[in-house]
Every structure is written in C-alpha cells, then in structure tokens.
Design a protein around this ligand. Structure first.
Ligand SMILES: C[S@@+](CC[C@H](N)C(=O)[O-])C[C@H]1O[C@@H](n2cnc3c(N)ncnc32)[C@H](O)[C@@H]1O
Length: 197
C-alpha cells in the first residue's frame, strides 16, 4: 500500500538520494550510537540506509520493513547481496514480530508519514528488548515542511519536537534525547525502553 506520492516515492528510490543517504545521512542520523545484535528498520523505503548499515556493521542482523510493496521489492533487490539482512512488508503500527525481539529500532524520515505515529511508537516499544534503543531522525513541524507535503499530496502528520517527546513518554520510553538540526527543520532522536540492556 503506497503511502507516499509518486514524486516522493521516486525521490526515495533515486540514485542521488540513495548515495547521499548512505554516505552522509546515516552517520549523522546514528550520531555515534553504534548498532549491534538484532536491529529493525521501520519504513526503510528503497533500502538506502540499510545498505549503509549492512556495510558499516556486518555483524548486525538487520530486518528492514516498509508498508509499501514497491519499496519492499526495491529494498529486497538492493539488499540481496547481504545475507544478514531480511526485508519484510510490515506496517509499523502492527509489527509481525514477537515482543522484546530487537536490540535497536531505527526510523529515518518516516514517522511523519504515519498518521497514527503514537501507536507506532507503542509498537516499537513492544518489539524492543528492555534497555533497547530507538534511534532516528525526522522532519519537524515547520511551515516549509507543511507546504511541501500539502503540495506533494502524500498523507502526513508532521510532528513537533515536544509532541514527539510526549509521544515517546506515553509509549514508555525513557532517557529521551531530541536534538534539532538544520535550523529546526529536522530533529534527531534517541530513546530507550526501560530495563537492563
Ligand atoms: C520518506 S520515506 C523514507 C525512506 C527511508 N527511511 C529513507 O530514509 O530513505 C518514508 C517511508 O516510510 C514508509 N511508511 C510510511 N508509512 C508507513 C507505515 N505505516 N509502516 C511502515 N512504513 C511506512 C513509506 O512507504 C516510505 O518508504
């Protein structure tokens, strides 16, 4: 089920974005938090960030999910050379994984496409092991972001940093860090499911 417009979907699959995402955005988004163990990427799109993770962290068992069949097909092709990576169709508000399975969940530029993003955070908390981390970045609620998405026509619900902090608390996360970037147009976030790591 595509949730992005044709334009945004094409952008996500484009070569320039994939290269920029893998080389520049991934290290910035991880902000020095190393990945290890079982890692889930939600809304992984064409697999650009996952390809970077597979190269940089070959010991990570990475599960890449997306709700859009076309994105899953594209990511599946791209990530086929990496046996430690699995690509699966899944809606982040109803993940087909057992409770407390993952050491970390990553979310790159996808939460603002999830109308029920508070439910998504609850699902992410459910599948994280106690002590596991949610790491990612997203757009923030600026005039520019709203204008682009209104013009583009993709369903969206852009999130302000304070709303994200409240949503993470409601979902049970602790040690929440939200750092604005790019003059407040983006935010990086990091939060933990309480318990032993
Ligand atoms: C802007 S793209 C970002 C893709 C990728 N994370 C990247 O950084 O290149 C947002 C992605 O989120 C996916 N998405 C939107 N709603 C979703 C949902 N409810 N569950 C899973 N994926 C979703 C879209 O299909 C799309 O591939």
């Amino acid at each position: 089920m595509p949730v992005m417009s044709v334009i945004e979907g094409a952008f996500c699959r484009s070569g320039p974005w994939r290269s920029f995402a893998r080389r520049r955005v991934l290290p910035w988004a991880l902000a020095g938090h190393p990945l290890s163990g079982d890692v889930l990427e939600i809304g992984g799109g064409s697999g650009a960030m996952a390809a970077g993770v597979a190269r940089a962290y070959p010991g990570v068992r990475l599960t890449v999910t997306d709700v859009d069949e076309a994105m899953v097909a594209s990511a599946g092709e791209r990530l086929a050379p990496f046996p430690q990576v699995e690509v699966t169709l899944a809606d982040v508000t109803n993940l087909p994984f057992q409770t407390a399975r993952f050491d970390a969940v990553t979310s790159y530029l996808m939460l603002h496409h999830v109308i029920d993003w508070v439910d998504a955070l609850a699902e992410v908390a459910r599948v994280l092991k106690p002590g596991g981390a949610l790491i990612g970045y997203d757009l923030t609620d600026t005039r520019l972001a709203r204008a682009i998405h209104r013009a583009d026509g993709s369903p969206h619900r852009i999130i302000a940093p304070d709303e994200l902090r409240d949503g993470l608390r409601v979902a049970g996360f602790t040690e929440i860090t939200i750092r604005p970037a790019w003059r407040g147009h983006l935010m990086r976030f990091h939060a933990h499911r309480p318990g032993a790591s």
